[in-house]
Write a protein that binds this ligand. Structure first.
Ligand code: ZN
Length: 421
């Protein structure tokens, strides 16, 4: 089969994925830009952005447990806290520094001396110097700060942080609403010249769309050589799409949090970003099988429960409910799964209710209950199931153990039916 729209690299990437049991749309790889950087970095912000979720306060022990799991998943940078805020924040960061993880420990700060000093004192590896850039923030938060003054301050605080020997990320808060593109580009260039190691494009209000993000990141990439990071909020449900749009435009670091928790509707979620990089781009440098336990750990610690239909880690993300889908999966899972659930540390589930078909019953009987039943028996079981919804008041799905009881009952009736005849 010739896929004329794929170049050699796109075709090879798709072939490799297929070999690994991953079957995404081949059109992802049409006019596919070979990644310019062999390493994509997740700048993981559960412990900083995630803690901005109303009601979420991590203990130092919580932070250590989460950091350990992030490290196991192969995440390279952990944004561990905001040290200037409190003694507890500083202690939390110091505790993580002491763990000597593979991941680098990065802290959040404003463009202020007390903030930067507090980060340096923790022994962290790096710092995000967050300095709001949009006209709204400069006018209302910084009392009408001029562009010239902004650039002067930027040089000062980036060099100040750099003098501590820290890895410096210049975070241009509310980047996507600064309407003077030349000023925005000049700011990133200025930060680079002042010693910043990375430029963070921030969609603080989640109000850009993917094509806007692609355009912006391309423009910025044209003027700087340091890597670009994106930090996308999810107010319109576009955090993942915008992050991937930035990757397509050349960004190589994505800021994300487990389960997408954070201020308001949160940010791009770590488990979705990592899975999308692998399945949709062929970038597979993380331990994906750890993602589900990572998500569960954060769910348990924070008490922020995920919706059942949440991508990747939601209760139903690897579950097949309709008879049509169950039939397909029974014949070959590739029909209704673009990747095997075990890739993300999960198991496939088949849901038995009035929408299911005989293949669903056969699937559970054979694969979950270890029972060998005939198609005829499965049909009888199914007919009992459908009756329980049509004539009874049943509202819930059948659990595997209920199904087992039903199969035993039907088989018993078959045997006694044979005896009677
Ligand atoms: Zn944020």
């Amino acid at each position: 089969m010739t896929k004329k729209y794929l170049d050699e690299y796109g075709e090879a990437t798709l072939a490799r994925l297929n070999k690994e049991g991953i079957f995404p749309s081949p059109y992802n790889f049409a006019a596919f830009n070979r990644p310019s950087n062999s390493e994509y970095i997740i700048h993981e912000s559960t412990l900083r952005e995630g803690e901005q979720t109303p009601g979420v306060v991590f203990s130092i022990e919580d932070k250590k447990r989460i950091a350990e799991k992030l490290d196991e998943a192969g995440i390279q940078q952990i944004e561990a806290g905001f040290p200037v805020v409190s003694e507890k924040q500083r202690k939390g960061v110091k505790a993580l520094v002491k763990m000597n993880l593979n991941a680098e420990i990065i802290c959040f700060s404003r463009a202020k001396q007390m903030d930067i000093d507090a980060v340096a004192e923790t022994g962290a590896d790096g710092i995000v110097v967050s300095f709001s850039i949009s006209q709204y923030h400069r006018k209302y938060k910084f009392h009408g700060m001029s562009k010239e003054k902004y650039l002067n301050e930027l040089v000062h605080w980036v060099s100040y942080a750099k003098n501590y020997g820290l890895f410096v990320v210049f975070g241009a808060e509310d980047s996507t609403r600064e309407s003077d593109l030349n000023f925005l580009k000049k700011a990133f260039k200025t930060a680079e010249e002042a010693g910043a190691d990375r430029a963070r494009v921030v969609d603080t209000l989640g109000c850009v769309r993917p094509s806007g993000m692609t355009y912006l990141v391309r423009e910025i990439r044209n003027v700087i050589d340091i890597p670009i990071e994106v930090h996308c909020h999810n107010d319109m449900g576009l955090a993942l799409a915008n992050s991937l749009a930035a990757v397509e435009a050349g960004a190589t670091t994505i800021s994300a949090s487990v389960n997408g928790i954070g201020e308001r509707s949160g940010i791009a979620s770590t488990e979705e970003v990592i899975t999308a990089l692998n399945v949709l781009f062929g970038i597979s440098q993380f331990s994906m099988s750890k993602l589900t336990e990572l998500s569960k750990l954060v769910e348990n610690i924070t008490g922020v429960n995920m919706a059942v239909n949440k991508p990747i880690i939601g209760e139903n993300a690897c579950t097949h409910g309709s008879g049509i889908h169950q039939h397909g999966v029974f014949m070959n899972p590739v029909t209704y799964e673009s990747f095997h659930p075990k890739l993300i540390g999960r198991r496939r589930r088949v849901y038995i209710d009035e929408l299911c078909g005989t293949h669903g019953v056969l699937y559970i009987a054979e694969r979950e209950l270890g029972m060998n039943i005939s198609k005829d028996t499965a049909q009888k079981v199914l007919s009992r199931i459908k009756t329980s919804y049509s004539h009874g008041a049943r509202r819930s799905a059948y659990t595997p153990s209920e199904l087992k009881r039903l199969i035993i009952e039907v088989k018993g009736a078959e045997v006694s039916g044979t005896n009677n005849s």
